[in-house]
Design a protein around this ligand. Sequence first.
Ligand code: NAG
Ligand code: NAG
Ligand code: NAG
Ligand code: NAG
Ligand code: NAG
Ligand code: NAG
Ligand code: NAG
Length: 333
Amino acid sequence: KMVWKLVFQLMLMFQVAAAAAPIARSGCPDRCGDISIPYPFGIRKDCYMNEWFAIECNASVNPARAFISRINMEVLNISAERATATVKSPIISSNCTGREDGVPLNLTGTPFVFSRYDNVFIAVGCNTQALMTGITPNLIGCVSTCSDVKSKNFCEALLPSSLQVFNPRIEATDDNQDREGCKLAFLVNHTWFESNVSDPFSLQSRDYVPAELGWAMNVNADDPVYCRGYYNESFRSECECDGGYEGSPDLGCIDVDECKESKHSCRGLLKCVNTRGYFNCEINKLYIALIATSIESLPTRKRKREMECALVKKSAICKEEGTKGKAMVPCLR
Ligand SMILES: *[C@@H]1O[C@H](CO)[C@@H](O)[C@H](O)[C@H]1NC(C)=O
Ligand SMILES: *[C@@H]1O[C@H](CO)[C@@H](O)[C@H](O)[C@H]1NC(C)=O
Ligand SMILES: *[C@@H]1O[C@H](CO)[C@@H](O)[C@H](O)[C@H]1NC(C)=O
Ligand SMILES: *[C@@H]1O[C@H](CO)[C@@H](O)[C@H](O)[C@H]1NC(C)=O
Ligand SMILES: *[C@@H]1O[C@H](CO)[C@@H](O)[C@H](O)[C@H]1NC(C)=O
Ligand SMILES: *[C@@H]1O[C@H](CO)[C@@H](O)[C@H](O)[C@H]1NC(C)=O
Ligand SMILES: *[C@@H]1O[C@H](CO)[C@@H](O)[C@H](O)[C@H]1NC(C)=O
């Protein structure tokens, strides 16, 4: 009972804090053209919380454009209440005629992360595999097969928590390609993607898609807590335990044993091993040779239907239930 009361009071506090959220510091410009610039962001010195939140406003163009200067990303909208900034997110492409590739992103060492709740990872293409690289310790991505309905040739994967690097590797999984083999991969606001994009291939004519950046402050890197908000007693919004943990940030986040609770997707010869915050599907070394041989020898169609996990370049890639295309869950080499 005490605990529930406490939780309730905390919830009330958060709501009050959110409602009273300030716009800009007093005496500071609160807009750049049409874009409102709330604290912790600011345009002038002493207006932002620290250099990371400095906004460069280019008013010589119409409408004016705002950039988070230190990471050189253009901002389309900022919500202080939700602690998210909508930014122009690059579209990484491969084999698309007449388009320039987007530049991969590395936000390591900055307070910015791609919000795992607001964004999804999308890969567009026929017989396409896209993997996010440069993130530890796991491998995340998805495989898009070829459909007769062209607009369905894409796949999506959920983001890991605290994603700061976006440098996908795009590959063809089969010689059967389409539209000159044009492939795209990007991080995008999933609501926007679902409501505004009917043909994902049409995005090849765009330079960017909108994605949501969150920011985390004063959170110990080892805490299994993810905060979308500016971490400050009076302005702490929506912190929660990382995926793979239960409980609450205030009362403690406890690791979920996915193996015991059958929340894993290791099938067949793969053995589930619990880790902090996640699980790994480990391949019994004795069987590696055996699996590899049976994958090679099965005819393609049969292989696709029967194999829930396949070996790709010595890593196991497993299908995750309830996602479009063939998403993969991270597995151990
Ligand atoms: C503002 O944008 C214009 C057009 O992109 C560019 O030529 C100019 O250098 C920018 N100004 C500043 C101060 O960045
Ligand atoms: C910007 O964000 C605010 C607050 O979330 C929202 O009310 C507004 O509609 C957004 N503007 C645009 C152009 O998306
Ligand atoms: C990202 O940047 C950090 C530090 O700036 C560096 O250590 C890391 O290797 C980079 N990651 C990628 C994938 O480029
Ligand atoms: C891009 O096209 C070239 C030549 O057609 C092909 O060799 C290569 O595999 C293609 N790459 C992808 C990722 O589809
Ligand atoms: C995502 O996009 C939708 C539709 O454009 C917008 O209403 C929503 O506010 C965006 N999400 C965030 C966190 O800004
Ligand atoms: C996205 O779709 C919504 C409603 O479906 C529309 O109001 C909005 O203008 C669209 N945004 C863009 C950038 O196309
Ligand atoms: C928290 O935010 C409030 C309002 O912006 C500010 O006055 C206070 O100094 C901040 N506290 C810390 C510890 O940063």
